[in-house]
Design a binder for this molecule. Structure first.
Ligand code: HEC
Length: 145
């Protein structure tokens, strides 16, 4: 992901240098003030577009890991009802003790849960909805310290 962003930004920078050179020569050849005005406006518009393109696109799942654990828990509690969390707990009790003993939510930190849950919900063969509920339950009851 980081490599991809770096390449994206470099490509954008190269595009930008190339296009600004082109604009410069066009600009020098423009004879009238109104032509220059139009070119200037185009350059500004193109620059804006380029910068918009160059801005790193952070997927929502990545953005959440930069939040403080307590904020993340608060966000989850806002998103899911108590009923959904309880359902997540039930699913976890049924699916997360098949290969190892059941790990209580409070055994691990938010960061640890976020690290292991994608592979564990996969191992447990949970569908998307169930994975989300299990993750919501475990993360929101994680060890906070
Ligand atoms: C198919 C077997 C299997 C299932 C089902 C499974 N796990 Fe695991 N789990 C493992 C294995 C193997 C490890 C240790 C190696 C690893 O991380 O892959 C592990 C490790 C873990 C750990 C890390 C424990 C530590 O001390 O670091 C946690 C936490 C965990 N599992 C939670 C879960 C949860 C929650 C579920 C249900 C969604 C689940 N597991 C379902 C096989 C499974």
């Amino acid at each position: 992901m980081t490599d991809f962003h770096a390449i994206n930004i470099i490509t954008c920078a190269i595009n930008f240098t190339n296009s600004s050179d082109n604009y410069k020569s066009v600009f020098l050849h423009a004879k009238t003030t109104s032509m220059k005005k139009i070119i200037t406006i185009s350059i500004l518009a193109a620059t804006g577009l380029l910068f918009a393109q160059c801005a790193p696109k952070t997927p929502a799942s990545m953005a959440s890991s930069t939040k403080a654990p307590a904020d993340e828990v608060a966000a989850i509690k806002q998103k899911y009802t108590q009923e959904q969390m309880d359902h997540g707990k039930t699913i976890s009790l049924n699916s997360c003790n098949k290969c190892h003993s059941y790990h209580e939510a409070s055994e691990f930190s938010v960061a640890k849960w976020e690290k292991v849950l994608p592979s564990m919900t996969h191992k447990a063969k949970l569908n998307d909805d169930d994975s989300k509920l299990v993750s919501a339950y475990l993360i929101s009851n994680a060890k906070l310290n």
